[in-house]
Design a protein around this ligand. Structure first.
Ligand code: ATR
Length: 276
């Protein structure tokens, strides 16, 4: 029988996940079917229970249900515990439901595919919301020299830095406190670029070999990546590779097979730019 998977979210119209997982399934010859399901606010638990009761094997979870999924999981991976959010649920062979968070590792694998080295680097993260919390453990496992978290609301950056400081050198700063500092990698994890806004960044923020990564993506380079190019970034990348990377890790958790991400990234990049 074909194994069933789905994405739960609200909204989900824009979601590319079914398309990504279809390509992974074709590539690896897996007999599976992946759909997306709009779930009403307040109905996550019931919908997830129904899905697994009807034989569903795994779920991806997007906004706004990652905390609900965290609660719903009967077991959680260490990285999901640290992220405080779950984007993947899997039915285990003993019938229990495992919660994982593949967002951060998806981003790290994308950076590896891009040839970016993280060890010993000074890393700046802009933003301190759920998206940033999800990437901190996998980032720290790459042994950067230091991670600075800068956020408009300083207290949120401070709290994140405190939560992760057992894993490495993690500091919190305001945007103003970035003056005079330089970084080898700057990651935009704010939702500002979705509104075409940019946090106030000093001009000389990038070191001579700096790369910049935006966790968001679109048909055009984001406002943050345009800023990065104007300020001397050597390489820039948007979050399309992270989206496909997190899907690949979810696929691996479900099917124990690692799909090739690079051809899927290229195909989707072409489609996005053709549609614009
Ligand atoms: P997510 O789960 O996507 O991270 P979130 O938890 O709402 O969403 O976090 C959004 C992040 O973008 C926050 O760090 C937010 O800053 P505040 O904590 O000060 O709200 C940041 N953000 C959103 N709009 C911004 C803007 N115009 N300028 C700077 N930061 C912005």
């Amino acid at each position: 029988m074909t194994d069933l998977y789905a994405l739960f979210g609200n909204p989900i119209v824009q979601s590319k996940s079914p398309h990504i997982h279809r390509q992974f399934a074709e590539q690896t010859g897996q007999d599976m079917h992946y759909t997306k399901q709009l779930v009403a606010i307040g109905e996550f638990e019931q919908a997830a229970q129904d899905f697994f009761a009807q034989g569903g094997k795994g779920l991806n979870i997007t906004v706004p249900f990652k905390l609900n999924a965290f609660e719903f999981a009967q077991k959680r991976t260490a990285r999901a515990e640290r992220a405080g959010a779950v984007n993947t649920l899997a039915m285990l062979s003993d019938g229990s439901i495992l919660g994982d968070n593949t967002d951060g590792i998806g981003m790290i694998h994308d950076m590896h595919n891009l040839g970016w080295e993280l060890e010993g680097k000074r890393v700046l993260i802009l933003g301190a919301g759920g998206a940033v919390r999800g990437i901190l453990q996998p980032l720290l496992e790459e042994n950067p020299a230091q991670i600075v978290i800068a956020n408009r609301t300083f207290s949120k950056a401070e709290e994140l830095a405190k939560n992760f400081h057992d894993m490495g050198d993690v500091q919190a700063k305001t945007f103003e406190q970035l003056a005079g500092e330089t970084f080898d990698l700057v990651i935009n994890g704010t939702s500002a670029s979705m509104q075409g806004e940019l946090p106030p960044l000093p001009d000389n923020l990038l070191s001579a070999n700096a790369n910049c990564y935006d966790m968001m993506y679109g048909a055009e380079p984001t406002i943050f990546l345009r800023w990065a190019q104007e300020h001397g970034a050597v390489q820039v990348a948007d979050g399309l590779g992270m989206l496909i990377g997190q899907a690949a890790e979810a696929f691996y958790l479900w099917r124990q097979i690692r799909p090739e991400v690079v051809p899927v990234i290229s195909a989707m990049r072409r489609q996005i730019s053709e549609k614009k």
